[in-house]
Design a protein around this ligand. Structure first.
Ligand SMILES: Cc1cc2nc3c(=O)[nH]c(=O)nc-3n(C[C@H](O)[C@H](O)[C@H](O)COP(=O)(O)O)c2cc1C
Length: 340
């Protein structure tokens, strides 16, 4: 109820300032953020995916809390999990501003943040200080100044650093805002990266059950690229695929004054493409690798459509900006009603 008012004030600010103000406001509420509408766990909402028990199917996608600074409040809003990051080994400022654009009539955003983050060591200190006890995903990437040939070093360093604290680790190879990062989705490079990560994970696990590794992919993949990713996920025993990140496409927002800004488009316009990729993965994988559906969820019906397309869990980002915390409860109810 409060959110439409807060939103009308926030949307008068430039998008990145609004983002910071909203998150700081949320942090000030701390666990009191639950007053914004968090519902207790309902019957049948919990599910086990990747060997982890999630209290419900609706999570926060990576990128909203890049540094694990707002976990106390985000954890009180009713999400079944929170994914923080993308984090890189070393702190970096990201691209220069402006780097976030609001396409209000399309319920969309374009961002080219470029992995601005405080670095993995500070992120871990933030997580520790937060006292967060919910399911925690940590999304890892490479520094902008690490050459692509050395990318694996950055992912391995992050994996080792976050391993003890994360419930699952997401390998982000699909941000459009780090030069050439998406090349890591090619069959050869991804195969090398996944075998290095799985090997290092086994070393760190030291005989214990290894923690899940998820891979986050782009919506801008063709059939053969989807095939290759599925093959590799199966071959390397990847625990989940997250579909999808933002898109480079501008279909649906043509003519908007911000449409030509460089960066990844998210929100309503990415829903169809992202859900198509999810369905394509589900057809190929036939339940052998769990899927997490993200991209353009603005309503309960959208969340339900991702589950129907084959997702075991969903995540939201842009919809949360446009709809506020009520989207979480709405998506949870819609998914619970499917009985999935
Ligand atoms: C401003 C912004 C920053 C993002 N940063 C990240 C990031 O650091 N790492 C990541 O894996 N995805 C990032 N994403 C992508 C989202 O996690 C999500 O995959 C994508 O936006 C599609 O979902 P949505 O339509 O619900 O926003 C970002 C998205 C936005 C809008």
């Amino acid at each position: 109820m409060l959110y439409p008012l807060a939103r009308s004030l926030l949307f008068r600010l430039d998008p990145e300032t609004a983002h910071d103000v909203a998150l700081r406001g949320l942090r000030a509420l701390g666990p009191g953020a639950r007053l914004l509408g968090a519902a207790p766990e309902g019957d049948g909402e919990a599910r086990t995916v990747m060997g982890i028990r999630f209290p419900n199917a609706v999570g926060l996608a990576a990128g909203l809390d890049k540094n694990g600074e707002y976990l106390g409040a985000l954890g009180a809003l009713g999400f079944g999990h929170v994914e923080i990051g993308t984090v890189t080994p070393r702190p970096q400022p990201g691209n220069s501003r402006p780097r976030l654009f609001r396409l209000e009539r399309h319920e969309a955003l374009i961002n080219r943040f470029g992995f601005n983050n405080v670095g993995v060591e500070q992120l871990l200190r933030n997580v520790e200080a937060s006292g967060y006890r919910g399911v925690l995903g940590i999304n890892i990437g490479k520094n902008a100044n690490t050459p692509l040939e050395r990318a694996a070093d950055d992912y391995l360093a992050c994996l080792e650093a976050v391993y003890a604290r994360a419930d699952y680790v997401t390998v982000n190879i699909s941000s459009p805002n780090t030069r050439n990062l998406r090349d890591l989705q090619s069959k050869e490079r991804l195969g090398e990266l996944l075998s290095a990560l799985v090997e290092r994970r086994a070393q760190v696990a030291n005989g214990a059950r290894p923690k899940p590794l998820a891979v986050k992919i782009a919506p801008d993949l063709d059939e053969s690229q989807c095939d290759a990713i599925c093959e590799l996920a199966l071959a390397h025993g990847i625990d989940a695929l997250i579909a999808t990140n933002t898109t480079l496409s501008r279909v649906g927002v043509e003519g908007h004054p911000c449409a030509s800004e460089a960066g990844g488009l998210s929100g309503r316009p990415v829903f169809a493409r992202s859900t198509d990729v999810l369905s394509a993965l589900a057809r190929r994988l036939e339940g052998r690798v769990p899927l997490i559906g993200v991209g353009g969820i603005l309503s309960g019906a959208d969340a339900r459509a991702k589950i129907t397309a084959g997702a075991s869990l969903v995540q939201v980002y842009t919809g949360f900006i446009y709809r506020g915390p009520s989207l979480i409860a709405e998506a949870r109810r819609a998914i619970a009603a499917t009985g999935a």
